[in-house]
Write a protein that binds this ligand. Structure first.
Ligand code: UTP
Length: 289
């Protein structure tokens, strides 16, 4: 089974939950410790074997493009100031030339529409990855890599799933589970944001997918769904009538950086992992808790 060469990053959302921070700044540029969340996402894709990184941007998102550019004056200044190590680290973080491509979602018509905007860039590849950048996932093996492995083992579409508390089902797409094999669960259906009493399970879909390119003609025909948006979940439900899906209970912790509390927790978790910060940060936290 071929590996997944292309990954789509839909970054055209408005980020209203993080206003006023996101009035001008794209939410993908919010830093967790000292790295914007979008860079964690790109690194995860690269470590998962992706070769082409497809960004679906929108109005006000040019900083995301700038971030992956060579900052010529900065690089030269770091060199002159004897900070070669820092310059080299910035250089290493850049994707190879021509491997990052951008298209624009001209209006925020929903996640499904954003993914559809990447159809010509995904081209003939039978399967592609999707990473929702604000879902930051801290994992021993990059989360998308875990999905790609599950895809290679099954040949199927794969979505990342995690167990959520019953009262939270209405915030997520929830799967109707079928047979389980290890960490994989066959998907029998997707239910968008069910109330707890209607939820077919507590397994919520979070922002990592390996999808067949057959999702594109489905998205093309799709009517506007919940919230006046074209929903990826609706398209996955239709694709499920033609092709199998698995939910993967990935190993790792997910932080919703598009939400205040999730974002704050991500900063604490990532700072406590950093050798240069953990002890001092711990002392700082003790002053408050
Ligand atoms: P969210 O549900 O987080 O919506 O989108 P949002 O608009 O970005 O943020 P809030 O809810 O207003 O705070 C889920 C993912 O889909 C992308 C977002 O960028 C995010 O990664 N998205 C959403 C698009 O690319 N285009 C859209 O039209 C909607």
């Amino acid at each position: 089974m071929a590996s997944v060469r292309k990954v789509v990053f839909p970054v055209a959302g408005l980020g209203t939950r993080m206003l006023p921070a996101t009035k001008v700044l794209p939410k993908e540029m919010l830093p967790v410790v000292d790295k914007p969340v979008v860079q964690y996402a790109l690194e995860e894709a690269a470590e998962s074997g992706a070769e082409t990184f497809i960004f679906v941007t929108g109005r006000g998102k040019v900083l995301v493009e700038d971030h992956f550019d060579r900052a010529f004056e900065l690089f030269q200044m770091l060199e002159e100031k004897g900070k070669r190590g820092q310059r080299e680290a910035l250089e290493r973080a850049l994707p190879p030339p021509g491997r990052i491509v951008y298209t624009r979602q001209q209006a925020p018509l929903g996640l499904g529409h954003a993914v559809w905007c990447a159809r010509h860039l995904v081209g003939d590849d039978p399967f592609f990855g999707v990473i929702l950048v604000d879902d930051l996932i801290h994992a021993p093996v990059p989360c998308l890599r875990q999905l790609v492995d599950a895809h290679q083992a099954t040949g199927a579409n794969v979505v990342a799933v995690m167990e959520v508390p019953p009262e939270d089902t209405a915030k997520y797409g929830i799967i109707r589970p079928g047979a389980a094999e290890g960490d994989r669960v066959a998907v029998r259906g997707f239910v968008e944001k069910p109330r707890p009493e209607e939820a077919p399970s507590r397994l919520a879909v979070v922002g990592r997918y390996v999808l067949s390119r057959r999702i594109f003609p489905i998205l093309e025909r799709l009517d506007v769904g919940a919230g006046g948006e074209i929903q990826l979940t609706d398209a996955m439900s239709k694709l499920l009538e033609e092709e199998p899906f698995h939910g993967l209970r990935f190993t790792g912790r997910r932080f919703d950086c598009g939400d205040r509390l999730g974002y704050l927790e991500a900063i604490v978790a990532y700072a406590m992992e950093r050798e240069d910060l953990a002890a001092r940060f711990h002392a700082v936290l003790r002053r408050y808790v």
